[in-house]
Design a protein around this ligand. Structure first.
Ligand SMILES: NC(=O)C1=CN([C@@H]2O[C@H](COP(=O)(O)OP(=O)(O)OC[C@H]3O[C@@H](n4cnc5c(N)ncnc54)[C@H](O)[C@@H]3O)[C@@H](O)[C@H]2O)C=CC1
Ligand SMILES: CC(C)CC(=O)C(=O)O
Ligand SMILES: [Mg+2]
Length: 365
């Protein structure tokens, strides 16, 4: 049966990088018989501009009916002053919640050709291959929020007549922790059988529950070596000796931050793909980067994170591991040929734009 894909370009550089993914899909269909069709939808600022909502109902309906979704990025300065519930980022959080996409897989892989582009010394990152498993539908991004003006507000012994006070809540249930931790253990089993759980259990109740559940689930995976790190130490270890990690499992906000760090180890955030899966096996695939307003619209963004996200889509949702391998090999060959977008170019090295990079990958498919 023809697989239905929903393309959600979003904002900023989103349409530029998703356009390259569409070209790749067309090439896989025409040259390799991939049985696929696709349509577009609006999300983020683009959704707000057209429908007054960052996640228009029509987009969600299309998403529910799709076999897989490929998203660019959302957000931008134009939308930063909108009411909070209309902000583009709420559209992204909204689709993750509505589809129950709790399991976010963020592989950080160093292509050997990019060892020089990493901020770390080549010997620290050579062969780097980490998988960050991030809980994606709970925690502080979804907890109760409030913001108010409070009279006679006290912090310790200090009281002010009036203060603007805002709060966000980090809350997790054992059920939410258990399912993402199981995802991570299963992934570790297929890799080097090492799982590091990252939390802040020395301070946070929610992290204490997190650690308790990890220890309980670990009993079902005696073949996997488990360790625990506080998030501050984990951030340091990622830039000190990143190759000590195999699979990292962590909550929504820590995973968000640690994956941006891991991205830079591989040369650029423009290289890191992700897959977000729900309990039914439906997936949304997206680069881990944002809409990059500083470079959007100039045709210079790196499309490889999006093309590698498409490879994950082919592997996990369309069960075409053969074509995923082909696409990943094409990316590797393009890097080996010396092509570089600005984010991965060494000082003084020639740079190519988004379309030239996409075309070079397609030429190798
Ligand atoms: N998944 C999403 O849609 C996300 C959206 N955002 C939104 O994106 C907007 C910008 O956020 P920032 O914090 O600046 O993060 P960002 O990830 O958009 O950009 C951070 C830096 O990385 C660079 N960069 C990002 N992607 C690149 C690519 N493909 N090629 C080359 N360079 C790339 C940017 O030019 C910038 O210097 C905000 O509105 C934010 O809320 C941020 C993160 C994720
Ligand atoms: C809206 C944000 C939570 C998006 C983000 O930074 C991410 O998912 O990495
Ligand atoms: Mg992020």
């Amino acid at each position: 049966m023809t697989a239905k894909i929903l393309l959600l370009p979003g904002d900023g550089l989103g349409p530029e990088v998703v356009a390259e993914a569409e070209k790749v899909l067309a090439a896989l269909r025409d040259r390799h018989g991939l049985d696929v069709s696709w349509e577009y939808g609006l999300i983020g600022g683009a959704g707000y501009d057209a429908h007054g909502e960052p996640l228009p109902a029509v987009t969600l309906e299309k998403a529910r009916g799709a076999d897989a979704i490929l998203l660019g990025a959302v957000g931008g300065p134009k939308y930063d002053t909108l009411p909070k519930d209309k902000r583009p980022e709420r559209g992204l959080l909204g689709i993750r919640a509505a589809l129950g996409l709790y399991a976010n897989l963020r592989p950080a892989l160093l292509y050997k050709e990019l060892a020089g582009a990493s901020s770390l010394k080549p010997e620290l990152v050579a062969g780097l291959d980490i998988l960050i498993v991030r809980e994606l539908t709970g925690g502080i991004y979804f907890g109760k929020r409030s913001s108010a003006v409070v009279e006679n507000y006290s912090v310790g012994s200090h009281t002010v007549a009036q203060a603007r006070v805002a709060s966000d809540t980090e809350a997790y249930s054992d059920f939410e922790i258990e399912r993402i931790v199981r995802t991570a253990f299963e992934a570790a089993r297929l890799r080097n059988k090492k799982l590091c759980s990252v939390d802040k259990a020395n301070v946070l109740e929610s992290s204490q529950l997190w650690r308790e559940v990890v220890l309980e689930v670990a009993k079902d995976y005696p073949d996997v070596e488990v360790s625990h790190l506080y998030v501050d130490n984990a951030a340091m270890q990622l830039v000190r000796a990143p190759k000590q990690f195999d699979v990292i499992v962590t909550n929504n906000i820590f995973g968000d931050i640690l994956s941006d760090i891991a991205a830079q180890l591989t040369g650029s955030i423009g290289m890191l793909p992700s897959a977000s899966m729900n309990a039914q096996g439906q997936g949304l695939y997206e680069p881990i980067h944002g809409s990059a307003p500083d470079i959007a619209g100039r045709g210079i963004a790196n499309p490889l994170a999006t093309l590698l996200s498409l490879a994950m889509l082919l592997r996990y949702s369309l069960k075409r591991g053969d074509l995923a391998d082909k696409l990943e090999q094409a990316v590797q060959q393009v890097l080996a040929s010396g092509l570089r977008t600005g984010d991965i170019a060494a000082p003084g090295e020639a740079k190519v734009g988004t379309q030239a990079m996409g075309d070079a990958v397609i030429a190798r498919l």
